[in-house]
Design a protein around this ligand. Sequence first.
Ligand code: GUN
Length: 755
Amino acid sequence: MGAWTDGRRDDPTPCREADEGLFEIIARDGRGRLGRLHTSHGILETPALLPVINPNIKTIEPREMWDRYGIGALITNSYIIWKHEGLKDVAVAEGVHALLDYPGVVMTDSGTFQAYIYGDVEVGVEEIVEFQRSIGVDIATMLDVFSRPDMTEAQVAKCVQETIERAPASITASGTTMLNGPIQGGLFKHLRTESAQGMSEFDFAIHPIGGIVPVMERHLYKDYAKIMLASLPHLPPNRPVHMFGCGHPMLFPMSIALGADLFDSAAYALFARDGRLLTPWGTQKIETLTEWPERMPCVSACTPAEVRGLNKKEKTALLARYNLEVTLAELDRCKQAIRDGTIWRLAERRSHQHPALREAFLWLSTSPHNKKLNLQFLEELVLDDRDAARDRDQHAGTWEHAWDWIVKSQESPRKGGEPWGGEDTHVRPHINAAKKALKEHWRPQNRGGKGADEVLIAYGTSGPWRERLSDLMPRLEHHCPGLEVMIHTPIGLLPYSLEDLNPFTHIDGPQWLWRRRPDLAGVREELGHYGMGEHRIILVDLLGDGIQSRALNALRDAGVLDEKTSDEVSSQPLEKEERENAKLRIQRRHVADKMVLLFNLKPEFVKNLLKDSTFVVNRLGRVKNALLSNGTHIASPRLTDGGLSLTDGGAIEVHAHREKTMPVGFEMIDDASYLSKGLAWVVVNDDAEPFVRQGRNVFHGFILACDSWVSPGDTCLLVNLKGELLGHGISQCTPADMQHFQKGVAVKTRGGITL
Ligand code: GUN
């Protein structure tokens, strides 16, 4: 917020000259991000709300926005200033900051919205950008062509094309001033995509998503979500995305979860004039209220009835403050949710508060790209969705790409409990990412021997399971080496070897959720992903005492163990050596499966690497360190999230066995699957090399290439252009981020390797 002097908040500190116009990410949760936009009027923290200031009617003074509300940026309209002699003279002579008496970041719009409302504007394309630059705005906007949702495809295509054609002259006119390059495209996916791709070619600082005001006014929130997904994946990620005219807090969580960084709002003032209050769950009229929907600071000493008694001007001013406070509070919740890794969950929760928002959310999480996850929803939606046929016919595959764009950005595994939220739980993107990774990487051992045609599904309680199964597992390992044991969790089957993996292990829900007897058809379908679709399923309830005898009985009933062996197994403990060997094999499998899943390594390579490996275990018998036969400590399972931490020694081993060639650029260069290709490489330039070797973080701007499969939260190897290992760390971003960002941390280095 900055320092205060005599009741006034100090003016902002300009950013470093070299950083002007740069955007960096300081925290993320999937596509949701906390950023910093560097300007000469301070560093704007995002997501941010830019209140709209009408220079003729200032419902709340910009100075108060700065001093009292800590608002770092606002937006006003350069066309209104340009048209109004009195305003124009002051702006030209003293600058827009003096005109508004506001020291923070000033963004101006160009008159496009006036053209949409009144049909035309009198100003030229270059003229309005030059004017904005001449009055010293921080972020100007080109004169784009507004695309309405009721326009035909041909009309919208013209808006998109004309906006793109105006871009070069607008960029030239803007000089060094940051320029907004709005994305148009109405309700047509391919036109939104074309607009995003076309506008990306030019040196814009920010991309507002335009033409959405009528979409929001008509509560077409599903279309709003589609517009975002058709546009954002095609924009350079280092340019903030601004949702033009979106100021209703109800839309913030979903928008932010999908990657929005900036919002602007006239709603706080317009709704106030109408006696309406904004809330995160919709709009309420003050006429009908006895209590405040949320008791905000500006109304803490008065009741709605008292406010109704004020004169119109006072009432509007107070309600505008109320609306602004509510809006800022919701924005804060979103920001904290990004830090906590819960932005999708906040969007999920908010989606229940308005039917149109719910519809948008269901479309997002259950439309065709996701049908396997939730067939029932899909069918309801497709029957009811007039657009679905069009989506499928004209743009098949598009949404799949967009959903992948969300899923690929998720960090997994994560720390902490995962509150169950009904059906929605299954389609949370990070759960989707975890399930996808498991399905792609994990495979049964196929060791043959007893139990090779069966799979034991343990169900009935939440984790941790290892203590409950600590006696049984070594016996099964010894007597039925072919048997796979899987745990039935509310979000899917989890191999016992990965029994502490988040989020599978940490679903917080009612007991019956875990007590549910597995649905065999569903289980069989899942087993099919692992090549065990034909295996006989042996169900064992984990709840209560006697789990060992229940399991052995079930194995005997299934014919895996004969009567004699099963009696023997239950009555006689294993010999000490047999037990130790069995435990060692279980530990080895635990680490091996994590290396395959989390380090993307080939199962055969891992098996070979871990041959004769040993393990340091803690008091509770959990593996702390994995050591190779020569004593090298290569990795440590993480107790907090079930992940795996790589050591320097492990990085050297994994690096030495790389089969794939150097990454070139930041894209997938062939269609070959990334599976089992090892930890992703991030190639840094010569300037960064000595720092990385000392264990310092990798900053954006020093990366030359990376493997296409690196995601936020993934362990990666840091190499130079010769492919030599410099260190290893945790990626903070996606390949596209590595390609585009010029500021901020790209990889948090965990270990540097010196020569
Ligand atoms: N304000 C609200 N929507 C728009 C838009 O599409 N373009 C511009 N320039 N301003 C807007």
